[in-house]
Design a protein around this ligand. Sequence first.
Ligand SMILES: CC(C)(COP(=O)(O)OP(=O)(O)OC[C@H]1O[C@@H](n2cnc3c(N)ncnc32)[C@H](O)[C@@H]1OP(=O)(O)O)[C@@H](O)C(=O)NCCC(=O)NCCS
Ligand SMILES: *[C@@H]1O[C@H](CO)[C@@H](O)[C@H](O)[C@H]1NC(C)=O
Ligand SMILES: *[C@@H]1O[C@H](CO)[C@@H](O)[C@H](O)[C@H]1NC(C)=O
Ligand SMILES: *[C@@H]1O[C@H](CO)[C@@H](O)[C@H](O)[C@H]1NC(C)=O
Ligand SMILES: CC(=O)N[C@H]1CO[C@H](CO)[C@@H](O)[C@@H]1O
Length: 470
Amino acid sequence: MSGAARCNAALYVNRCIFHRYNTEVLIDMDGSHPSSGSPNQNPNSESDGKSNANANTPSEGDGSLEILARRAQESLSIGNGKRHAFWETQPVGQFKDLGDTSFPEGPIELPTPISEVKQEPYNLPNLYEWTTCDIDSEETCAEVYNLLTNNYVEDDENMFRFNYSKEFLRWALRPPGYFRNWHIGVRVKASKKLVAFISGVPARIRVRDEVVKMAEVNFLCVHKKLRSKRLAPVMIKEVTRRVHLENMWQAAYTAGVVLPTPVTTCQYWHRSLNPKKLIDVQFSRLGARMTMSRTIKLYKLPGSTATPGMRKMELRDVPAVTRLLRNYFSQFVVAPDFDEDDVEHWLLPTENVVDSFLVESPETHEITDFCSFYTLPSTILGNPNYSTLKAAYSFYNVSTRTPLLQLINDMLILAKQRDYDVFNALDVMHNETFLKELKFGLGDGQLHYYLYNYRVRHALKPSELGLVLL
Ligand SMILES: CC(C)(COP(=O)(O)OP(=O)(O)OC[C@H]1O[C@@H](n2cnc3c(N)ncnc32)[C@H](O)[C@@H]1OP(=O)(O)O)[C@@H](O)C(=O)NCCC(=O)NCCS
Ligand SMILES: *[C@@H]1O[C@H](CO)[C@@H](O)[C@H](O)[C@H]1NC(C)=O
Ligand SMILES: *[C@@H]1O[C@H](CO)[C@@H](O)[C@H](O)[C@H]1NC(C)=O
Ligand SMILES: *[C@@H]1O[C@H](CO)[C@@H](O)[C@H](O)[C@H]1NC(C)=O
Ligand SMILES: CC(=O)N[C@H]1CO[C@H](CO)[C@@H](O)[C@@H]1O
């Protein structure tokens, strides 16, 4: 496999992208950090005009023409080149309207009376039927889990596939006020086999000064054997119908693919915790002039955390953490509107699902800082030596007293102690200068954030976004 082929594995995560990184991005000859002008190593990833503008000229002779051709093609597809037979019919910002600031910010279509919402489900092809997936049932949860484990997001080279755990699915799908019938499956009528899934959960999301009740839509998955039959649009319409029936008219979702039209586009950064394994399974690569032992040394972390008063979050901390987060979120254009119930659900530690830590001042017992990550392992496909990649994904963190760098470094130490192989973070909320300091490397895919039936005047910078979807 050539290097060029290796470094453009844009896997699709709802995160909707899976992403690996090339350690060369991070490490120069003496193993120190690259300057801020470090090359963008993702020539073939989905990209928008903005990142193209910063991208370096491909320096390798091999493949650079192909890369340029693909870029040209991509930039065409961003305006008008690519048709979106489905998305062009939906109340979402359209590419042709990009840059037109005459539209008002807010809902694109006004709500209709609920009685006018279509009362019966959309038609599926004849062999299939709708099912509501009761995630409380061990049996149904296992069916959803198996569908996703075998058919959800993979990288381009089919080396990794997300392996969300059942406990994770139960957590992700049952936040306060969730609707059971927003967990939508498709079965084969004859065999009752589950072959597709889509879900929504309710959330209050603030856009500037407006708190909007939205559905967060996630886990869209169609069995590999049923792809490209236009099943996804029917599923998206069906979840939308059920959301409308609850008198909600907006949604938030993310995808690795470019659709009309992103509110913002983010990138993943990766911090190696177990560099040898990451290199062995080709999640990352040994830097050109690096040895394995120097790489291991580079990523080595202290055995214990540095911040006095750092501990796991407990139930009694919910009010203080809610206050910290609400105050922190107020600086972003788009962010969740969490109350104490939301914080208890989303951030109270659940083993192998979500981990949260805080700093309690040893003198005043005040809660001053907070950080968290969730657990999303991936199956390593066809590797005789390893079967699972254990990844931690940065969730929400707030620092008021402890320097953010120290706080996050402590979180890396805690993740390493818990045997994670890699720590992933999006470039939302904080900028890359900060990630580079902690030896994060830039990943190779992009994650696009979308709002359904809500227009924002301008695309946002990732740093203006305070929202993390699972
Ligand atoms: C995503 C997936 C369900 C799409 O199904 P498919 O069989 O490939 O595509 P279909 O023929 O059913 O539908 C194609 C339409 O769905 C849209 N679509 C594809 N992926 C989408 C996504 N992630 N989010 C929203 N719309 C999507 C396409 O843009 C297209 O609409 P358009 O013509 O307006 O552009 C399927 O590829 C899959 O299960 N992939 C693996 C898991 C995954 O990537 N899930 C999405 C995570 S965000
Ligand atoms: C997927 O995760 C489950 C735990 O949720 C684990 O038991 C299983 O071994 C994993 N599968 C692979 C192939 O990694
Ligand atoms: C598995 O491990 C063996 C022994 O270390 C090694 O020789 C082999 O290359 C590894 N296989 C893969 C696919 O990494
Ligand atoms: C990045 O963050 C640093 C410190 O938080 C800040 O000083 C700097 O202005 C930021 N840069 C950009 C481009 O936002
Ligand atoms: C919510 C928040 O601030 N998240 C940040 C936590 O820190 C990581 C870096 O490790 C950032 O990428 C996140 O944006």
